[in-house]
Design a protein around this ligand. Sequence first.
Ligand SMILES: CCCCCCC/C=C/C(=O)SCCNC(=O)CCNC(=O)[C@H](O)C(C)(C)COP(=O)(O)OP(=O)(O)OC[C@H]1O[C@@H](n2cnc3c(N)ncnc32)[C@H](O)[C@@H]1OP(=O)(O)O
Length: 716
Amino acid sequence: MARYVRIPGSIALITLANPPVNALSAAVRRGITETLSRAIADPEVKAVVLCGENGNFCGGADIKEFAGPMSGPGLVPMIDAIEAGEKPVVAAIEGVALGGGLELALGCHYRIAHCKARVGLPEVTLGLLPAAGGTQRLPRLIGLSAALDLITTGRHVSAQEALQLGIVDRLTEGDTLGVAVEFAQSIAGQPLGSRRLSTRTPACPADLDSFLQGALVQVRRRARGAMAPEACVRAVGAAATLPYSQGMQREQELMASLFRSAQARALQYCFFSQRLVGRWSTPSGARWDSAEPRPIRRAAVIGLGTMGRGIAVSLLQAGIAVVAVETDEQQLEAGRRAVTALLERRAQGRGSEGPLRFTTDLQQLRQVELVIEAVFEDLAVKKQVFRQLSAVCPADTLLCTNTSGLDVEQLAACTRSPELVVGTHFFGPAHVMKLLEVVYGPRSSPVAVATAMHLGKRLGKVSVAVGNCPGFVGNRMLKPYLEQAHFLLEEGAAPEQVDQALEEFGFAMGVFRVADLSGLDVGWRVRKEAGLTGPGVAPGESPRRRQGRRYSPLPDLLCEQGRLGQKTGRGWYLYEGPGAREARPDPWTHSFLQQYRQQHGLQPRAVPQQEVLERCLYALINEGFRVLEDGIATGPEDIDIIYVFGYGWPRHRGGPMFHAGAVGLATVLDRLEHYHHAHPDIPNLQPSALLRRLVASGNPPIQKWREVIRRVRSQL
Ligand SMILES: CCCCCCC/C=C/C(=O)SCCNC(=O)CCNC(=O)[C@H](O)C(C)(C)COP(=O)(O)OP(=O)(O)OC[C@H]1O[C@@H](n2cnc3c(N)ncnc32)[C@H](O)[C@@H]1OP(=O)(O)O
């Protein structure tokens, strides 16, 4: 898995050959070790060039190997041998040099990179640290501060930035290998001295202790419970305070504490799941590898509210021409100003955008290949828009709706070509958030799904194909989670207590802080339309029961008081004023809850933190199992990616379904049974058939769930 060629002029060329990214599998490590020995032993060879096949230097250690026992030559001795050798080794970097790939390049004496290459140490995103000398060599090359930034964020760095930082010695625009070979010839025989990075002393900030302390505080705040960032700081700190060999020892110790951790497993599961969801399929047999996406050059966005603006910006930044449509001149002008401001803010350092036109005239849509409707979340209004679109657009135009949960099929039924209608559920802000739920209806064609999935990828999003049901995957699962949070308030908890439990679990914001941020009126409107509150409620119905099950009117009561969240300066929390962001516990809410409990004869109790987590999270997870039973998501990975990328689920916990597996499915089942027994009027707490079946099947690893799901679905 590493090829060896002698090139005229006393150069040995070693090529890593493990496409697509030349990951450093055992076979590649063996290949490098053997070919390097050969080059060292050959007296004719004066210098070595190391490169990768297929336009990529190296994507790092082979992540697939981490799950099993490690075998073959170790990365550290291999890289040490390169650095210690007497013959200069030049890394010719094309494509990527990431993780172990960059660490390998740092063991080389020189680095030459193509101007489009990217380098970085992203191990932290996999729950690890750069444990092949990266935490010790990089600070010695570019200084402690810059190394700490790269290693704790895992960000990829462009070739230009890598040159500025001093990670690479030279950039090329053309033939990287040719330049590297020529360069190797020019330095053959020169002393290697400080080209061996392990011999250097890292440049450190003057007040090292407080610098490292500050770095620890900062990564802890950002990490929300993830362990790897802190371990990275400690390892880089060792580079500043210990000789190289002791620093390496510390690096290995810290890596050992992470390598088999639950967090590393969760993060690596996310890495592979993110790629797996791209290989989508639908129950009707459409598949990623057989459905051909249509090219999209011109698109339209209908409705320039917050979502429509973000979607327009997202399309433009992908180089797609956009026609932005509003109903009247006033709304159009507001939309124009907002989109222009967003584009200006994001303009720095970005590529060229597609052309943009604003109009109130739907006739302007005759030339577009795709339309995204982003009007008010009201089925009747959306139906009307789809009827108009169907009348105006050519029959082969793909019509997408940005609904967050309405029936895509009902919209398709309003058009001439229902097979060309799909849901594209963006998450706000749409130009920032990485998730796109692509919703196929029963009649959506393979080409429609493929085009929407492909569009998502072009927009830089992680697209997940899901079936059509109220709330699709993400919002459907959110409902029982929110419901539990409200029930917990009825039973005695305070909003800040529920939020604290969820934030300590790793969510960026607890459920009540999120509700205040998004606006309580959003859910209120949906509940009114569903007849759960407002004039649609049957006279005489108990305020705490709806449709035969327990219901909490608490959020409705807050809305009735005009407490809509941050925008009104008060919601579950109190804010400095309308639009202010800092949430303060509100004595009003506490006394409101107290009165409510008294009025309904509810005896408040101290709700343990464990119960908050179990009831909120297991209710959500239970719905996830139902989503799988119903075939709305194909596998648990789809759900987990949706939750990690769209709902702030802490990535180091892998997503809700992964978390269920990590806790133990039998435990989740047991706790759901316990809570359902205590609250028989909450159907969401009744364990799903699939969960029971998985437990009965012996708690298989998550990668095997699909087999059980198939059996359960065929029997339901
Ligand atoms: C105690 C012993 C351990 C010592 C370890 C020492 C420390 C070193 C650790 C590491 O190096 S960990 C790995 C660090 N590297 C990364 O995190 C990079 C991961 N890869 C990527 O970011 C991207 O894949 C890419 C390289 C930027 C390429 O992106 P692109 O969009 O072009 O393609 P993808 O679809 O992402 O990938 C294609 C294909 O390749 C698989 N793959 C990518 N990288 C790895 C890898 N490092 N190991 C194994 N497999 C990898 C990826 O899963 C895709 O596979 P398929 O889905 O097509 O099967």
